[in-house]
Design a protein around this ligand. Structure first.
Ligand SMILES: Nc1ncnc2c1ncn2[C@@H]1O[C@H](COP(=O)(O)OP(=O)(O)OP(=O)(O)O)[C@@H](O)[C@H]1O
Ligand SMILES: [Mg+2]
Length: 213
């Protein structure tokens, strides 16, 4: 089973958006997919409620109160959506079982500052220090050709962890969320630019580089 955690203590950086899109992608590729929502806001489970019956099914778990006790045994991909504000022991517990950790960061001074503190904390967790889990960052809600995006890229490229993808700011994410879909389930003509950006993320996730040795 692949275990992918999407986390950043900073609120609103796109954790739930990326978690739902990852779940929809792997489910539509035919993998048995479980989406565990650790956030009391239940954003990802609300998304799942809207998911059309004809779409590839995804198991949703409200994980914050019962851990992963109900995780289906045949799960191929477990995607975990972490809540904002995860730090200290809560973050240690979230990271404990993760093998791949994705940290979305948005191009804004506030998000870069908060992201720096979060990445520093994450990189000091024993699990990451001992290379038992791989971490990568992605830039989310990007508007190319803006100074702040350039500043975010300069910052991400200097980090000691891979910067694997950038996702543009697009209404497609909002439309897909409303309908319980992932952007890969939108028509090609509508979402091809997003698919291209996701290729880099999926390629990294499919590679050994995203998995502990
Ligand atoms: N690439 C994107 N393009 C456009 N809108 C986006 C994008 N990513 C996220 N959003 C929007 O930004 C808002 C915050 O995203 P999301 O809920 O995924 O963040 P979050 O990190 O899970 O927030 P929280 O910390 O509250 O759990 C949502 O309205 C979402 O639709
Ligand atoms: Mg969320």
């Amino acid at each position: 089973m692949r275990h992918i955690l999407v986390t950043n203590a900073k609120g609103g950086c796109g954790k739930s958006t990326i978690a739902t899109n990852l779940a929809a992608y792997y489910a539509s590729e035919g993998y048995t997919t479980t989406l565990a929502d650790y956030d009391q806001q239940a954003t990802t489970l609300n998304w799942l409620d809207e998911r059309p019956e004809e779409c590839a099914s995804i198991v949703g778990l409200a994980a914050f109160d019962d851990g992963l006790r109900y995780l289906p045994r045949n799960t191929d991909y477990l995607i975990i959506d972490a809540p904002a504000g995860s730090k200290g022991p809560e973050l240690t517990a979230l990271v404990k079982h993760a093998e791949t950790i994705i940290v979305p960061i948005m191009p804004s001074p506030i998000d870069i500052k908060a992201g720096t503190a979060f990445v520093n904390e994450l990189l000091n967790k024993g699990k990451i220090v001992n290379k038992k889990a791989r971490v990568a960052v992605i830039a989310n809600r990007v508007k190319e050709n803006t100074i702040i995006f350039q500043e975010l890229e300069d910052y991400l490229e200097k980090l000691k962890i891979p910067y694997i993808a950038k996702l543009r700011e697009a209404q497609n994410y909002i439309r897909a969320y409303q309908r319980g879909l992932g952007i890969h389930e939108l028509p090609y003509y509508q979402a091809w630019q997003d698919w291209e950006q996701w290729d880099e993320l999926i390629e990294w996730l499919d590679s050994r580089r995203s998995q502990p040795r």
